[in-house]
Write a protein that binds this ligand. Structure first.
Ligand code: SF4
Ligand code: SF4
Length: 334
């Protein structure tokens, strides 16, 4: 495995990007190294990190999610399209796949087959699976661990039923906590290499629960990641907790690292393009490499470097960029 592949995997799949940002903010020297390393990982031939919308179905109705106002259709990614994407990625070396965009990946009827297919590749891709935890029952957790999923992140809004109901439309937190506990136990019993995380989604309504969620993660024996809810490219303005404090804007990491592919094959700029407004190409008809080297993505990168965010409908009111560290030096921006 090349050094580039190892670094890429470490930076993009194993580490908590919010924590990296905090550390870098406190230590300017590290920030210089981070920029140099990050830029060395940019691959203009094929994306380093791909979000795949394995399904657009979901069992929840989160207040912070645009699903309730979607005008586009719902569906599961079919295996042939999935296979086409993974096979092509393998030609470019080890990649990181995140198996969701706007949906609950464990609702895909063939999710274990999809995971298994990625892991059957000789180039050992990394998999991040973010879930709301309701379908992470013991057989599924076992299959994911045995298929060497690198990171499972279970997002939690609240441990209080009333608040959970208000934030997600569901009250069964016991089921989610039981599922995480049994997944953690199975990982230990099977000597699995899966990193299991609780991701506490900080929202203006749940900030007082950080301590109790942190205690829960410790008790169960999983990692804790704290992520501020964001505004989904400007759509949901009451999401932004004080942790998303944009300040002076800088280019977002997505146009250089991480596009998303929707369940029906559209390659979009990022996983926050909930209504498919910045379509770069169609993976059912073209290669992802061609699309990633195409004119629109080049134009979008230029606009980001020049600070002309207002000219991109999708990006102009977004605050997600601020969740990632700035990867460019001042002289590279104009
Ligand atoms: S945020 Fe995730 S879990 Fe909640 S409704 Fe949206 S897709 Fe479903
Ligand atoms: S600024 Fe927001 S919408 Fe634009 S690429 Fe970044 S995350 Fe996506």
């Amino acid at each position: 495995m090349t050094l580039k592949a190892i670094l890429s995997n470490l930076i993009l799949s194993r580490l908590d990007i919010a924590r990296i940002k905090r550390i870098l903010g406190d230590t300017p020297v590290l920030s210089v190294f981070f920029k140099l390393i990050s830029q060395s990982l940019i691959d203009r031939e094929y994306p380093t990190h791909l979000f795949l919308e394995t399904t657009r179905a979901c069992n929840l109705h989160c207040k912070s999610c645009p699903r309730s106002i979607l005008t586009s259709g719902y569906g599961h990614m079919n295996f042939d399209l999935f296979k086409k994407i993974i096979d092509e990625a393998g030609l470019f070396g080890r990649r990181n796949f995140c198996l969701h965009m706007l949906g609950e990946p464990l609702m895909h009827p063939e999710i274990i087959k999809l995971v298994g297919y990625i892991k059957s590749s000789p180039v050992r891709h990394a998999i991040l699976l973010t879930t709301n935890g309701y379908f992470l029952d013991a057989p599924k957790a076992k299959a994911l661990i045995e298929n060497r999923v690198d990171k499972i992140v279970v997002s939690i809004f609240s441990l209080r039923k009333d608040r959970l109901n208000s934030l997600t439309g569901n009250t069964d937190i016991t089921k989610v906590v039981d599922n995480i506990s049994s997944a953690a136990m199975l990982n230990k019993q099977l000597s699995g290499k899966t990193n299991i995380y609780i991701r506490f989604l900080l929202h203006p309504e749940n900030q007082d629960e950080l301590e109790s969620v942190s205690a829960l993660a410790k008790r169960i024996g999983v990692h804790l990641e704290v992520r501020a809810t964001h505004n989904y490219s400007g759509l949901i303005t009451d999401n932004s907790s004080k942790e998303v404090t944009p300040g002076k804007r800088y280019p977002c990491y997505h146009p250089w690292f991480s596009p998303a592919i929707t369940w029906d094959g559209k390659v979009v700029l990022c996983c926050n393009d909930w209504n498919y407004s910045e379509i770069l190409g169609d993976a059912t008809k073209d290669t992802v490499a061609n699309i990633w080297q195409g004119s629109r993505i080049k134009e979008l990168r230029k606009l980001h470097l020049k600070g002309r965010y207002d000219e991109i409908n999708l990006c102009k009111a977004c605050n997600v960029w601020s969740l990632y560290p700035d990867i460019f030096f001042k002289m590279q921006k104009s």
